[in-house]
Write a protein that binds this ligand. Structure first.
Ligand code: SAM
Ligand code: SF4
Ligand code: SF4
Length: 380
């Protein structure tokens, strides 16, 4: 086996069918896990496919022509996603994020957006509905998404320099098309747009200040740039700690050029630490998943494309909610909404994941012998 070939443990089918408790109470919206964390945020992956091959997420050597993506029949339908979302909302979820793979590759995504935009909390409020995209199809789709009810979007962009960006997405995709997507999102009313940049030391860290400068000058407070520490997700990206540039260093480099002041978190459990440009040109954020783990506040659950629930980005096992929706054969029919909600409650109540904190304590990947899900599959 060559040095570049990293064996891929396929975890897509590692999932248990959740038990439905024999006795259960109606959801109160006050669920908490073993570490006292509520359930507020559901990330829904709508496809495991992507038109990019970012080396930190879907390296080309692994995700090549022979790679078998999930078949259409195994994907959750929009109706199934809506049904599960309702169950999560009854348990306290207030934020839904569509992700992937590349979510804009999923056909008729605006139909799903319209369904989710119509959902209401028990108090009658709309959900905080958002989408994370690589931006490649945003120019074409922004308007339809807004018409369907999308109110926010996050666009991933790792460099402003075209050559660096083309290398990182590894499909020769030009920066200018993503910038057009961001412009289209702003024009369609999706501002302020968040732009996420994963920072890899030695690959794109020289792009930190140019990215900050560009978005300040072009869009001011209408674009919030956020820098994400490169994480050891999955088993294929060959992650090494020395490629992580600590967020403290990102902030130091920007502040040298554009003075910054800290801002308070806008919502509990927010992953980004926020900073404001002293001259009023907007804000930036840093997401320090490696150097300053935020598991203590983690209120997120993740639903995979084929309906497996993961309680942590680094979980090695999922819980097959699709089996509850569809049943598992003629003699085991699908479950009712109340039964599915009860099964979700039992799972969340037994949750004690805190992978990033454990990784920090060990100064390296925690439990590195364990298999982990891939980012393109679960969506970040
Ligand atoms: N394709 C969409 C995109 O790129 O925005 C959505 C899915 S992507 C998996 C979601 C986010 O995860 C992106 O912002 C991406 O940069 C980030 N991501 C992927 N692999 C990562 C890694 N190893 N470390 C940190 N962030 C990562
Ligand atoms: Fe695709 Fe997003 Fe992963 Fe890049 S980070 S390969 S755009 S899913
Ligand atoms: Fe949440 Fe797991 Fe990330 Fe910790 S490591 S913040 S528990 S997803």
């Amino acid at each position: 086996m060559g040095d570049n070939v990293i064996p891929l443990a396929d975890l897509r089918y590692a999932a248990a069918i959740p038990e439905v408790p024999a006795h259960f109470a109606a959801p109160s919206g006050l669920l908490s896990d073993r570490l006292g964390r509520p359930l507020r945020d559901l990330r829904i992956s709508v496809t495991d496919r992507c038109n990019f091959r970012c080396s930190y997420c879907m390296p080309k050597e692994v995700f090549d022509r022979d790679y078998r993506f999930l078949p259409q029949t195994s994907l959750l339908t929009f109706e199934e996603i809506e049904r599960l979302s309702r169950a999560f909302i009854r348990h306290g979820v207030r934020k839904l994020r569509l992700t992937g793979g590349e979510p804009l590759l999923r056909k008729h995504l605006e139909v799903l957006v319209a369904k989710l935009a119509a959902l209401r909390t028990p108090e009658g409020d709309p959900l905080d509905l958002t989408l994370t995209t690589n931006g490649s199809l945003l120019e074409r789709k922004a308007q339809a998404l807004v018409q369907a009810g999308l109110r926010r979007v996050t666009v991933s962009l790792d460099a402003l320099d075209d050559a660096v960006f083309r290398r990182m997405n590894d499909v020769d995709f030009p920066v200018v098309d993503v910038l057009r997507g961001i412009d289209a999102a702003l024009a369609a009313g999706l501002g302020p747009v968040k732009v996420n940049m994963v920072v890899k030391r030695g690959t794109n860290d020289q792009e930190i200040v140019p990215m900050a400068r560009y978005f300040r000058d072009a869009h001011g407070p209408q674009v919030i740039l956020r820098f994400i520490e490169y994480m050891d997700v999955g088993a294929t990206n060959g992650w090494r700690m020395n490629e992580v540039l600590p967020s403290s260093e990102v902030v130091r480099r920007i502040a040298e050029v554009f003075p910054l002041d800290p801002l308070a978190a806008s919502t509990p459990g927010e992953t980004a630490q926020r900073w404001r440009y002293r001259d009023g040109a907007g804000e930036v954020g840093v997401i320090s998943s490696v150097t300053q783990a935020f598991c203590g506040e983690c209120n997120r659950a993740r639903l995979s494309t084929e309906g497996k629930l993961f309680l942590c980005l680094f979980a090695s096992q999922g819980h097959d909610l699709r089996a509850l929706l569809r049943g598992t054969g003629a003699d085991i029919p699908g479950r009712t909404d109340d039964e599915i909600a009860a099964a979700i409650a039992a799972l969340w109540q037994s949750r004690e994941d805190r992978y990033s904190e454990l990784r920090s304590a060990q100064a390296g990947p925690a439990g590195s012998g364990q298999r982990r899900i891939e980012m393109h599959y679960i969506g970040g």
